[in-house]
Design a protein around this ligand. Structure first.
Ligand SMILES: Cc1ncc(COP(=O)(O)O)c(C=O)c1O
Length: 448
């Protein structure tokens, strides 16, 4: 028998006491250990997920969930893809780690593949998205330094332009270009020289841009910020100003890249390229791997010892990433992302016509956001009850990041469950009227 300890949100397994026959509650130690020993950085749901298969995950009671969050855009192949399982088994028996002091069999070929699909020339492998972002900012500072800059002083061109409503990660560099105050302010002073521009506001961009900036960093589709796509006008102006001032244009595609839009990269709908592309999340199918992809011009400034990592680009992880990219091709997953994305959007549009608290549907392919006029968090809780994993970002936007392998039947299953969720959830506080209008204001109240 199981009962829920409402106060702590901890699952108790209730057993009959031998002596008194009074049920004596026994705590699930996996949850109590987590409560007691983990740094409380997340508000975790009070149950234990144990395994997954395809687009489904299961908890320790055997309950099945349709996974439309995919580990926050990581599990693009769902769970336990047979080819990923096979490559991890094979390579873990050969070499998990070797060291970047030596070549391994997969790092070079993976770099070649990433260069081919992105139009970039060179690659640095990191362990996460935030490290890729930090590395890119370091590259920008390096490229901007000239012979007339004193080696122990900031270069004349050291400033960084970032976007309001952005999210680039949690390390010092990445959090310095992330606008959300609750992620930044407790850690001040941050990396100096960062200026924020209103997302998609060309006039603001033009008024702030000058030749003191070494980099402009932007998400091609803002993910944490509530699924806001960059406009072509803003991209084109950012590209031309960056080229004019010798500033590096950094596209953070950590959440929206590697196929999620139905293209390998979201920026590939524009006619020009960035100088640096950041990827991570799905790259090694759930194993931690990030990468900085860049041009020969940037790479020509780098020499051994300037930057590095112990773990980044190990053989097991690079072999898995090569398999991930090969599966995308052989299973024609970009086409699947586009087709399922259209079906999902059409279904969501029908639901928006029925439920007037859905204000807007945003995104493309399998990165979609539904902005609500009411608090979105209770919908996440009801979705769990219905056996669905989704997430709410910025309190009012429900975020959908299903795996690239979802089938038409699973899209239909999602829409059926999601309609129940929309109907059954108790409706609460209204969003402030300005919330939809200003991603900048939303940034002040962001919740992961
Ligand atoms: C756009 C974007 N950039 C950077 C990051 C940070 O990546 P990581 O959590 O792997 O450090 C994230 C994570 O959510 C992201 O969405």
């Amino acid at each position: 028998m199981r009962a829920l300890n409402q106060k702590k949100g901890i699952t108790r397994v209730v057993q009959k006491s031998k002596r008194s026959r009074i049920p004596a509650p026994k705590l699930d130690t996996r949850l109590t250990d987590a409560e007691q020993f983990l740094l409380p950085t997340y508000k975790r749901q009070p149950f234990v997920l144990t395994h997954g298969r395809g687009a489904y995950v299961y908890d320790s009671t055997g309950k099945k969930y349709l996974d439309f969050l995919g580990g926050i855009a990581v599990n693009a192949l769902g769970h336990a893809h047979p080819r990923i399982v096979r490559v991890i088994r094979r390579e873990s028996a050969r070499a998990i780690h070797l060291s970047n002091l030596y070549h391994n069999a997969y790092q070079g070929p993976l770099a070649r593949k990433l260069a081919e699909i992105s139009g970039m020339d060179r690659v640095f492998f990191s362990n996460s998205g935030t490290e890729a972002a930090d590395g890119a900012l370091k590259l920008a500072r390096l490229c901007a330094r000239t012979a007339s800059d004193a080696p122990d002083k900031p270069a004349a061109k050291h400033r960084i332009l970032a976007m309001h409503n952005s999210f680039h990660g949690r390390t010092f560099g990445a959090v310095s270009v992330t606008s959300t105050e609750k992620y930044r302010l407790p850690f001040a002073p941050l990396v100096p020289g960062v200026e924020f521009v209103d997302f998609n506001d060309v006039a603001d961009l033009e008024s702030k841009f000058d030749n003191t900036f070494c980099a402009i960093i932007l998400e091609t589709i803002q993910g944490e910020g509530g699924i806001h796509a960059l406009t072509e006008a803003f991209w084109n102006r950012a590209r031309s100003l960056a080229s004019q001032h010798g500033t590096l244009l950094i596209a953070d595609e950590i959440q929206c890249g590697l196929g999620r839009t139905g293209r390998y990269f979201a920026y590939q709908k524009f006619s020009s390229k960035p100088d640096i592309v950041l990827v991570a999340k799905p790259l090694a199918a759930g194993l931690p791997l990030g990468a900085i992809l860049t041009t020969e011009a940037v790479a020509s400034r780098v020499s051994p010892g300037l930057h590095g990592t112990t773990f980044g680009g190990g053989p097991l992880i690079c072999a898995t990433a090569l398999e991930f990219l090969s599966i995308i091709e052989s299973e024609k997953l970009l086409a699947n992302v586009r087709a399922r994305g259209v079906e999902l959007r059409e279904g969501l549009a029908k639901l928006a016509a029925k439920f007037d608290f859905i204000r807007e549907i945003r995104g493309e392919g399998l990165i979609l956001g539904l902005e609500l006029s009411i608090d979105g968090n209770p919908f996440v809780a009801e979705a769990l009850r219905q056996g669905l994993l989704i997430n709410c970002t910025h309190d009012f936007t429900l975020r959908l990041l299903p795996p690239f392998i979802i089938t038409r039947a699973q899209v239909r299953e999602f829409l059926r469950l999601f309609e129940l969720v929309l109907a059954k959830t108790p409706k609460s506080i209204s969003a402030p009227a300005q919330a939809t209008a200003s991603p900048r204001r939303l940034a002040q109240s962001a919740a992961r």
